[in-house]
Design a binder for this molecule. Structure first.
Ligand SMILES: *[C@@H]1O[C@H](CO)[C@@H](O)[C@H](O)[C@H]1NC(C)=O
Ligand SMILES: *[C@@H]1O[C@H](CO)[C@@H](O)[C@H](O)[C@H]1NC(C)=O
Ligand SMILES: *[C@@H]1O[C@H](CO)[C@@H](O)[C@H](O)[C@H]1NC(C)=O
Ligand SMILES: *[C@@H]1O[C@H](CO)[C@@H](O)[C@H](O)[C@H]1NC(C)=O
Ligand SMILES: *[C@@H]1O[C@H](CO)[C@@H](O)[C@H](O)[C@H]1NC(C)=O
Ligand SMILES: *[C@@H]1O[C@H](CO)[C@@H](O)[C@H](O)[C@H]1NC(C)=O
Ligand SMILES: *[C@@H]1O[C@H](CO)[C@@H](O)[C@H](O)[C@H]1NC(C)=O
Ligand SMILES: *[C@@H]1O[C@H](CO)[C@@H](O)[C@H](O)[C@H]1NC(C)=O
Ligand SMILES: *[C@@H]1O[C@H](CO)[C@@H](O)[C@H](O)[C@H]1NC(C)=O
Ligand SMILES: *[C@@H]1O[C@H](CO)[C@@H](O)[C@H](O)[C@H]1NC(C)=O
Ligand SMILES: *[C@@H]1O[C@H](CO)[C@@H](O)[C@H](O)[C@H]1NC(C)=O
Length: 431
């Protein structure tokens, strides 16, 4: 697959200021009705997509007439991204590549597209992801036809062709996007939903889904609240970290695994706790070198320096499946003490497949989704973690909960509204 970014687009200077909305979002948002709207649950697809694992995607309807694309939920982005035809046109099998990338969006077939320009994708630069997108405003609907998802006009859409982000994204972060230092920031999707009184507050609940659980458990995305049926509740609530581009930060107080014959079961000792950023945009878990070393020892992993991945051959794969060791993350608000919650991932959560063109791979291979972080700016709990954890974020109160997922076949949704900070109605929860 081609790595050419934008064969037809001019290279221009790229600036993008993504500013964080202040915690007190309320003063910019007016209550337009006294009736508290219910939270919205966005139906995931039946599809499992990706070249760095298989992840449950969400369909978006973009433009006029609507074009359908599949995307991943991004907790760190406030924008909607779609893949342009340039993202696969030069490959040997364009249509299967288009499908693998969640289908493309053709700008020139939408009558409502309004071009802004070429800007940097900005997020995940700390992890070495790069690229630009052709930005514009267009209509964006959530969910497929007939699913009753909201449709908003004039939302920020980035059309990309780079391989670092293989599918598009649906951003649930409320930051406005500033395309220039003069213009007003363009409002995010979730803030606009709240502004139009379609959801009770700027908040969401999300878990990535787990293909290996039960008969395969789909993702869950709730806007304006969370789905209480999907997790085991706990008493830990974490306030945002001060860095506005890295706010969903949790303390990892320790990481342990089942005791093996080799002795130690500690992967991250409680004497060396770290802070990590929770981010559904990226697939893997990024930890300090010493912790990666402990994983290597515990699981017999070998680092492949050509791809910077822990590739797993058939022999090792078979033994890891048989052993079925689990890994437990003990999380807190601070590095030591306080309320904590344990999130346990079975080996199946780490049993991922990578395929070409991911990180230059020629063939598909099993791999262990652990990455060596160069320093603390890279410590990240990605989508792998969110297969087994439920994340609920209240952007208005600037805090979030992270909980162990619950696995109950055919469980009924139980949506709970998170009331607006500046609510004139006392919310009692939704459907
Ligand atoms: C809520 O918002 C309204 C309108 O923006 C404002 O007049 C009111 O003072 C706010 N109330 C609180 C409690 O912040
Ligand atoms: C529309 O854009 C696609 C690529 O994005 C291009 O292949 C096609 O020629 C364009 N069509 C028109 C009519 O400009
Ligand atoms: C971005 O937009 C916001 C709101 O319009 C404004 O307050 C802020 O100064 C802008 N930031 C930059 C860097 O242009
Ligand atoms: C679309 O949104 C942008 C940024 O919020 C705004 O500047 C522009 O006027 C809007 N266009 C329309 C047609 O509403
Ligand atoms: C949460 O705290 C309450 C009150 O302190 C306690 O009754 C409850 O058992 C705690 N729940 C959990 C899951 O620890
Ligand atoms: C498989 O990988 C393990 C280490 O991960 C290595 O010891 C072993 O030699 C490899 N086996 C084959 C057949 O390549
Ligand atoms: C692996 O272990 C977990 C418990 O840690 C269990 O729930 C799961 O069923 C086991 N999976 C297999 C394939 O044995
Ligand atoms: C990829 O697979 C093909 C066919 O199985 C094999 O011939 C080739 O050597 C493999 N390439 C690599 C880099 O392993
Ligand atoms: C952290 O590591 C990244 C990647 O090597 C590097 O670009 C960055 O400058 C480092 N940051 C700090 C604060 O050391
Ligand atoms: C976090 O959990 C507390 C207690 O269960 C709840 O009151 C609060 O609304 C939750 N916050 C979010 C963002 O889910
Ligand atoms: C909301 O509830 C609080 C306490 O439960 C009460 O003091 C307040 O008056 C209520 N506000 C409204 C608008 O009903």
């Amino acid at each position: 697959m081609s790595h050419l970014p934008f064969p037809r687009l001019p290279i221009v200077a790229l600036f993008l200021f993504a500013l964080h909305a202040p915690p007190s979002l309320c003063h910019t948002l007016e209550r337009r009705a006294t009736v508290l709207p219910a939270p919205i649950s966005i139906a995931p697809d039946q599809n499992w997509d990706g070249i760095d694992g298989l992840w449950n995607s969400f369909t978006l309807r973009i433009g006029t007439p609507e074009q359908f694309v599949r995307t991943f939920v991004s907790t760190s982005s406030q924008q909607t991204w779609v893949v342009l035809p340039e993202g696969y046109q030069s490959t040997t099998h364009p249509s299967s590549c288009a499908d693998a990338r969640g289908w493309d969006y053709k700008i020139n077939q939408s009558s409502t597209w309004e071009t802004i320009g070429l800007y940097s994708l900005w997020i995940e630069r700390n992890l070495g992801y790069t690229g630009n997108a052709q930005y514009g405003y267009d209509t964006v609907g959530l969910g497929g036809v007939g699913e009753g998802g909201p449709t908003l006009k004039n939302m920020t859409v980035g059309g990309l062709a780079v391989n670092d982000f293989y599918l598009g994204i649906l951003g649930v972060n409320p930051k406005p996007t500033n395309f220039s230092s003069f213009a007003e920031g363009s409002p995010s999707y979730i803030t606009t939903l709240r502004d139009q009184n379609l959801i009770p507050s700027v908040s969401f609940g999300y878990t990535a889904g787990a293909r290996y659980r039960l008969r395969s458990v789909l993702a869950s995305l709730t806007l304006g609240g969370y789905d209480a049926s999907r997790f085991v509740s706990n008493n830990l609530t974490i306030t945002f970290a001060p860095n506005n581009e890295r706010d969903l930060v949790v303390a990892i107080q320790s990481i342990t695994t089942d005791k093996s014959s080799s002795g130690s079961n500690t992967l991250l000792p409680s004497s060396a706790p770290i802070f990590a950023y929770i981010d559904s945009t990226v697939p893997q878990i990024w930890l300090p070198r010493s912790v990666c070393q402990a994983f290597e020892d515990a699981f017999g992993l070998i680092y492949d320096s050509a791809t910077d991945l822990y590739l797993v051959n058939n022999t090792l794969h078979q033994s890891l499946v048989t052993r079925n060791a689990s890994v437990t993350f003990t999380l807190g608000a601070s590095l030591n003490g306080g309320e904590t919650v344990d999130i346990t991932l079975p080996y199946a959560a780490f049993d991922l497949q990578a395929s070409s063109p991911y990180r230059g791979l020629a063939n598909s291979t099993a791999y262990f989704p652990l990455r060596r972080a160069a320093n603390d700016t890279q410590y990240t709990l990605g989508r792998t973690f969110l297969q087994e954890a439920y994340l609920a974020v209240d952007w208005e109160r600037a805090n979030f909960n992270v909980s162990q997922c619950k696995w109950v076949d055919g469980v009924q949704q139980h949506l709970i509204a998170i009331p607006a900070l500046n609510s004139t109605t006392n919310g009692t929860g939704g459907a």
